[in-house]
Design a protein around this ligand. Structure first.
Ligand code: ADP
Ligand code: ZN
Length: 734
C-alpha cells in the first residue's frame, strides 16, 4: 500500500496540486498536478510540460492550491533523483527575485544550470582482487597484485596508472579471474581538502587579522568581515585560515573570484595549503564537468568551490562560509536577464542561512568601506606588504610637459624607464585598457568614420587579425582598403591607441626586447594561462596588456608598471568613474615589486592634479575614500541614496522614446523618490535596438522596488518589440 493514499493510517494527504517554478518570465509559479504514486516536496527538481515542450522546474513553496481540480491541470512528468533545493536556498532565490525585480522562474533557473546533473551519475566499472592467483606471475603482474592484494576496488585506468603498467596487463588478469568486476560510485571530481595539510604560516599583523576572522567563524551565525589590505599583504593567507576552520566544522566553503578562468595561480596555492584543488565553476568549464560540480556540491562530495559569480547559485549541501575576493570588482555584477551583484547577494545568502561572509580587497568599494566605518562590517586591516616587500614608487608623468613624439603615445620619460628595466633584465608592464589597434578609424580624405551598422559605437581596428570590430556586439569585417564613402584608396588613418598599437611603438624603440601582448581577444583561456605563466617565468621583457593583467597574478620579475592613459576611465559620466579608476590603477601598479625588488609605477596623465591621481601617487587611500564618501553623501548617491536604472529599447527610436515617456508618467508620487529622464542612453543603439534610459533616485530607506513595481504595473502595456530592463543598484550607466 502506498503511503500517499489520502487519510489512511492518519498520515496527512499529500498535496495533489503543487506550485512549480518554470523558466518563464511569469511573476509566480504555475500549478501542476502530482500523479498518483509520485512523491514531491518543496524544492524537488522536476520535469513538467510547458506548451509543447518539457522543461525543468522546481516545486515551490506556496499555498496549497486545494481548490484547483488536479484533473484540469497538466501533471508533473518526472521527479529527478536529486537532493531538493533546501528551504534557505528557496528563500534566497525568492529574495533575489524580489530585490532585482526579476521573474522568480529566471532566478531559479540560475540554480539549475546543469540539466544532466539532476540524475545520479552512472556507476563506474571497477575491479577487485578475487583471491585467485594468476597462472604465471610476471613482474608487471606482481606490481598490480602488490597494490590490489588488500581487496580494495580500483578503476582499470587507476590501477594501471598506480602500478605503472599498461591496461592490457589488467585485462589479462581479469580474463583469468584474478580480478572480479564491481560497480563503484563515480569518483569525486576533486579530493577532499585537508585543513591540516600544510601548517598555517601567518606572521605579525596577519595573525591578529586571522584571529579576528576566526572569532566570527567560530562564533557561527551571520557576520560580515572586510579584509582591507594592500596587494601582497597576505589577505589570501589570512582567509585560508577561515576556510580551514570552516572545513574543520564540517561545512562547505564558496570562494567567489572575478575571472576565475585566469587564476591558475590561485588554484595551485590552494592546493599547497589544503592538499587538493577546490572545485572550479565558471563558464569555460566543459558541460560534463559543470554537471559534476553541480551534483557534487549538492551531495556534499565537493567541500570547496572557487567560482565566478554564478557559483553563488550552486545548491550546496551545507554551506558555511563565503569569501568574496576582489569584492570591488565590476565582474561580480551580472547585466543580463537577471541583473544582480554577486557580492551583495552573497551577503544575503549568508544572512538567510546564518553563516559568515568575508569580503576581501586592496581597494574596497565605497559601499563596503562605508559599511565598515559605521561598524556593520568588521574591518580587518593589513596595511603593509608581507616580509617588507615595498610597494612600488609611484610618479605621475604630466603629458602636457613631456609629450610623446609625433604619432606615438609613450612619453620619453616612460620609454627611458622601460629601457633601464630591460637593461637590468627585469620586466616592464605597459597597461592600456583598450583592446585592438586603434579605437577609431577614419578616412583622411572625406572624414568618414567607420561605425558599427547595428550599434552607436565606432569600429575598432584589430590589425593582428586584419579586421575592424564592434566591441558592443562583436560585428566584424575585414579592414577595407578603400573608403566606402569616397572610394579613396589607402587613406584610412587609425586614431588613438589600443594595445596592439602600443606594442608596435614599443617594438620600434626596443627591437631586441621580447614583447608580449595580453588581451582577452587574442586567444582562449588556455592560451592566456600559458602566457601568464610565461611572464611569471621571465619569458618576456615587456608586457603590454589590458585589465586582464591586473588580476591577482604574481610576476616576480616585474619592477616597472607604466600606465599609458591613466585618464581613460575618468571621461565618462559614470558616478563611479573616480572609484573605478582608483581601483584599477592601484591594482595594476600593485603588480610591481611583489618579491622585494625595488619597483616603479609611472602614470601618464593630462590631469596630474586630479584627486584620483593625487591619491594614487601619495599612497593616501584614506584621503581618497574620505573625499569620495563625502561627495556621495552630498549627492545622495549609493550607499547614501539608492538608484534603479530602467532601459527601454525598441527596434525604432520613436517607439522606445514614447514607451519611456509613458512609463515615466506612470510613476507614483512619493516624497524622496525622483525619476530622471527619459534620456537617450549614451550607447543609444546596440544590436539594432534604440535605447532610452530612466533613472530612479531615492533615499537610503526608500522602497525602490515597490515604487518601480507600481510604475511598471501602471505603465504602458509591454509590446513585443519593446523591451524593459530593470537594473537595481546599477554599476553601468551606458
Ligand atoms: P594578497 O592576497 O594580500 O595580495 P598574498 O596572500 O597573495 O597577498 O601574499 C603575497 C605573497 O606573500 C604571496 O606570494 C604569499 O605566498 C606570500 N606570503 C604572505 N604571507 C606569508 C607568510 N606568512 N609566510 C610566507 N609567505 C607569505
Ligand atoms: Zn555593434
Amino acid at each position: 500500500m502506498r503511503d500517499d493514499s489520502p487519510g489512511l493510517f492518519g498520515s496527512p494527504p499529500r498535496p495533489r496540486v503543487v506550485p512549480v517554478l518554470v523558466p518563464m518570465p511569469a511573476p509566480t509559479a504555475y500549478s501542476y498536478a502530482v500523479p498518483e504514486g509520485m512523491a514531491v516536496e518543496p524544492g524537488s527538481i522536476v520535469q513538467v510540460p510547458l506548451g509543447p515542450r518539457q522543461v525543468i522546474g522546481v516545486v515551490w513553496d506556496g499555498p496549497d492550491a486545494g481548490s484547483v481540480d488536479p484533473k484540469k491541470l497538466r501533471a508533473i512528468t518526472k521527479v529527478f533523483d536529486c537532493p531538493p533545493l533546501d528551504r534557505n536556498m528557496r528563500t534566497f532565490l525568492d529574495w533575489v527575485a524580489s530585490y532585482t525585480l526579476s521573474p522568480p522562474g529566471y532566478v531559479a533557473r540560475m540554480a539549475l544550470r546543469a540539466p544532466a546533473a539532476f540524475d545520479p551519475e552512472p556507476m563506474v566499472e571497477g575491479f577487485r582482487f578475487s583471491g585467485i592467483e594468476p597462472e604465471k606471475l610476471t613482474p608487471a603482474r606482481r606490481k598490480v597484485l602488490d597494490l590490489a592484494a588488500d581487496g580494495l576496488s580500483w578503476t582499470k585506468s587507476g590501477l594501471a596508472h598506480a602500478s605503472g603498467v599498461s591496461t592490457s596487463v589488467i585485462d589479462g588478469l581479469v580474463k583469468q579471474g584474478v580480478f572480479e568486476t564491481v560497480f563503484l560510485p563515480p569518483p569525486p571530481l576533486v579530493a577532499r581538502p585537508d585543513p591540516e595539510f600544510a601548517e598555517s604560516r601567518l606572521a605579525g599583523p596577519q595573525k591578529d587579522a586571522a584571529d579576528e576572522i576566526l572569532e566570527g567563524v567560530r562564533a557561527g551565525g551571520f557576520s560580515v568581515a572586510l579584509i582591507d589590505g594592500v596587494t601582497g599583504s597576505g589577505k589570501t593567507e589570512v582567509y585560508f585560515e577561515a576556510i580551514a576552520e570552516t572545513l574543520r566544522q564540517g561545512k562547505q566553503v564558496l570562494i567567489l573570484l572575478p575571472e576565475i578562468a585566469l587564476t591558475a595561480n590561485f588554484l595551485e596555492r590552494f592546493q599547497d595549503r589544503f592538499g587538493a584543488k577546490p572545485g572550479e565553476w565558471h563558464s569555460d568549464l566543459a558541460t560534463k564537468t559543470r554537471e559534476k560540480v553541480w551534483r557534487q556540491c549538492a551531495t556534499g562530495d565537493i567541500r570547496v568551490v572557487a567560482g565566478a559569480r554564478s557559483a553563488l547559485f550552486l545548491p550546496f549541501e551545507d554551506l558555511g562560509l563565503i569569501i568574496v575576493d576582489e569584492e570591488h570588482d565590476p565582474a561580480f555584477k551580472q547585466e543580463d536577464r537577471v541583473f544582480y551583484n554577486a557580492r551583495d547577494m552573497a551577503v544575503v545568502r549568508a544572512r538567510i542561512s546564518g553563516f559568515p561572509v568575508v569580503l576581501v580587497s586592496a581597494t574596497p568599494s565605497v559601499e563596503s568601506q562605508v559599511n565598515s566605518q559605521n561598524g556593520r562590517y568588521r574591518r580587518i586591516h593589513l596595511p603593509t606588504r608581507f616580509a617588507g616587500a615595498a610597494l612600488p614608487d609611484l610618479h605621475l608623468i604630466d603629458m602636457r610637459r613631456h609629450p610623446p613624439e609625433r604619432g606615438g603615445f609613450i612619453s620619453p620619460l616612460l620609454l627611458k624607464a622601460v629601457g633601464k628595466t630591460v637593461e637590468r633584465q627585469e620586466q616592464a608592464l605597459l597597461f592600456l585598457n583598450r583592446r585592438g589597434y586603434a579605437p577609431l578609424t577614419l578616412c583622411r580624405v572625406c572624414g568618414h568614420r567607420f561605425q558599427c551598422p547595428q550599434c552607436s559605437s565606432w569600429l575598432v581596428e584589430h590589425r593582428f587579425r586584419g579586421q575592424i570590430q564592434c566591441h558592443q556586439c562583436g560585428y566584424a569585417e575585414p579592414t577595407p582598403q578603400a573608403c566606402p564613402e569616397c572610394g579613396t584608396l589607402d587613406h584610412l588613418v587609425a586614431c588613438g591607441p589600443g594595445v596592439e598599437r602600443i606594442a608596435e611603438e614599443v617594438e620600434k624603440h626596443f627591437p631586441d626586447a621580447r614583447t608580449l601582448v595580453l588581451s582577452s581577444d587574442l586567444g582562449g583561456v588556455k592560451r592566456l594561462r600559458l602566457e601568464l605563466e610565461a611572464i611569471a617565468n621571465g619569458e618576456a621583457d615587456i608586457v603590454i596588456g589590458t585589465q586582464l593583467v591586473a588580476k591577482g597574478h604574481n610576476f616576480p620579475l616585474m619592477t616597472l608598471v607604466g600606465i599609458v592613459d591613466a585618464d581613460i576611465g575618468l571621461a565618462n559620466g559614470d558616478p563611479r568613474a573616480a572609484e573605478r579608476t582608483f581601483q584599477l590603477l592601484s591594482q595594476v601598479t600593485g603588480r610591481a615589486g611583489r618579491t622585494g625588488r625595488k619597483s616603479h609605477g609611472l602614470l601618464q596623465t593630462f590631469q596630474p592634479m586630479h584627486p584620483v591621481m593625487q591619491a594614487i601617487v601619495s599612497g593616501d587611500a584614506e584621503a581618497f575614500y574620505d573625499r569620495e564618501i563625502l561627495e556621495r553623501e552630498r549627492a545622495g548617491l549609493p550607499p547614501f541614496g539608492r538608484l534603479v536604472s530602467i532601459i527601454i529599447s525598441a527596434d525604432n527610436r520613436i517607439d522606445a522614446e514614447t514607451h519611456a515617456r509613458q512609463l515615466r508618467q506612470a510613476a507614483p508620487s512619493e516624497s524622496g523618490v525622483a525619476v530622471l529622464g527619459p534620456a537617450e542612453a549614451p550607447l543609444a543603439l546596440i544590436r539594432g535596438r534604440h535605447r532610452f534610459r530612466l533613472l530612479v533616485h531615492g533615499r537610503r530607506n526608500s522602497d525602490m522596488q515597490g515604487f518601480v513595481r507600481t510604475m511598471l504595473a501602471n505603465g504602458p502595456k509591454e509590446r513585443r518589440s519593446i523591451q524593459v530592463q530593470v537594473d537595481v543598484d546599477p554599476q553601468s550607466f551606458l
